[in-house]
Design a protein around this ligand. Structure first.
Ligand SMILES: [Zn+2]
Length: 231
């Protein structure tokens, strides 16, 4: 579905949103869903008349298995460059373990969770070709570092077109904005600060990792939500 001109989300991937950006002469995939989803991305691209080789870059909002799961297959199929924040590169390339939120038995859950990423989800670690940081330009998009859910969570912001893609820094479910889930958020204070950082930007459209996009007055909605968190 075309959200706004040049920005699509791939249908038939219901677990996590995968976006396609047509950026001047470049084609970008934002996030890679869970493993086994590359075929759905290629079918959607094909419906628009593009082969996998047309993809130039794959941007990852953060190193969670439901956002980077199919990255190896997407990269293999397209030869595209993988872009992610420096602080999450070790999650994408599998050299570090995902830290969970403050849970009872956290270290046991953490071991189980990281085992499941490899053995149940069968995540294939992939190196990040271009590690980025807060304020980096990606064409006319900007990287906004919005950590907390993971150390290297980022949002992708287009100031001219007033569009932001926030990954899991915020979600939108049952018509309500939400902060990332505590169980998977090692630093909730930082996650809240990141929501405040997003709320300070000027945007009309907000796209989430989970939930439908907000198409109008999105910044106002996010500001009201940030206020409700006492930010
Ligand atoms: Zn997610």
């Amino acid at each position: 579905m075309e959200v706004v001109p040049g920005l699509h989300w791939v249908e038939r991937i219901w677990d996590t949103k995968v976006y396609l950006l047509f950026e001047r002469d470049r084609l970008i995939i934002v996030d890679a869903a869970t493993p086994g989803r590359a075929g759905a991305v290629w079918r959607y691209l094909d419906s628009l008349g593009y082969p996998p080789g047309a993809v130039d870059e794959i941007w990852i909002t953060h190193g969670d298995v439901d956002h980077m799961g199919s990255i190896a297959a997407l990269k293999d199929g397209s030869g595209a460059q993988v872009v992610a924040h420096r602080a999450d590169a070790s999650l994408v390339d599998g050299s570090a373990s995902r830290e969970l939120g403050p849970l009872p038995l956290a270290s046991t859950y953490q071991k189980l969770f990281n085992w499941a990423i490899r053995s149940v989800f069968r995540y294939q670690p992939t190196p990040v070709d271009r590690p980025v940081e807060d304020g980096d330009d990606l064409g006319s998009w900007q990287v906004v570092h919005t950590p907390g859910h993971t150390p290297g969570s980022v949002s992708f912001y287009h100031p001219e077109r007033k569009i932001i893609i926030v990954g899991d820094a915020l979600n939108y479910r049952r018509h309500q904005l939400g902060a990332p889930p505590p169980m998977f958020t090692p630093d909730m204070a930082e996650a809240h600060a990141s929501i405040g950082k997003i709320a300070a930007l000027d945007f009309e459209v907000c796209c989430f990792g989970h939930g439908p996009p907000l198409m109008e007055n999105a910044a106002q909605r996010v500001r009201a939500f940030a206020k409700s968190l006492s930010l």
